[in-house]
Design a protein around this ligand. Sequence first.
Ligand code: GLV
Length: 323
Amino acid sequence: MNQLRPRVLVTRPAFADIVQGLRETCEVAHRESQASWKPGELAAAVADCDGLLCQLTDPVSESVIAAAPRLRVISTISVGFDHVDLDAAARRDIPVTHTPGVLTETTADFAFALLLAAARRVVEADRFVRAGEWKQWELDLLCGHDVHGRTLGVVGAGRIGLAMARRARGFGMRVLCHSRSGSNPDVEAELGVEFTDFDTLLRDSDFVTLHVPLDDRTTHMIAAKELERMKPTSLLINTARGPVVDEAALCDALDRGEIAGAALDVFESEPHPDARLLERSNVVLAPHLASASVATRRTMTQMAVDDLLRVLAGQPPKHPVAS
Ligand code: GLV
């Protein structure tokens, strides 16, 4: 092994032809397993590395960073970076890079697909037909909620939230947005949306869709009180991060009929949704898939590889996380 070449840990299976690009200048240790890391395992694997190409299932904690004295860059193949201890990286001046922008439209497509599936009971209908329960056309068979003409509440008016708003306008929906950075008159004028306070959004929306990053301020941003404020006919869509919603409170609210249903791509403890969610026919579940088109996942991987190589070559990253 050439000691002058930087050493990079690729934590999980990733597109081999793209990861191959790393081998031109780096020694690559590619772990071809999806298994969760056992305590101490990731720290040991990264200990002699200069670069880390990780995914959102890799807990890059303070102790992992401390175990890697040579580490010069952490590049995650995800837009979210709540799995990386940013403070610990900053204390060591290690840039953390991610993949914003390239998954916006794909993620919004999926969030809208979940909205439609929950509103129009697509998954229930599929199960019904497969189970041989379909006997005849009936006036009230599997009736759901209209989407057109209703009100969508977008929580988090960043790239993905606004992409969701654009889709909703195409469906003739009224769109309310809430952003912690306040209202944006340019966006209001361009997209025909209205910025409101959080309570108004919860109270007036027929669909509430979450597009905030996970941090201290957004953890359990939707809990018992917020669910109580929503309409009993409303649906909650979460493609952001599981802990943005208090999952136990959501189950209670569904049990009490405080909201009409939910469509969830992310969970507090993945891959283990609260068992009560699995029982409910008015909940659509997906395994954290929102950015999962082949083209987008490949682009994300290339972007993360490129930024990692950039930093190892002594250049500033193009996509550092904004902490
Ligand atoms: C997906 O959840 C991502 O953060 O890219």
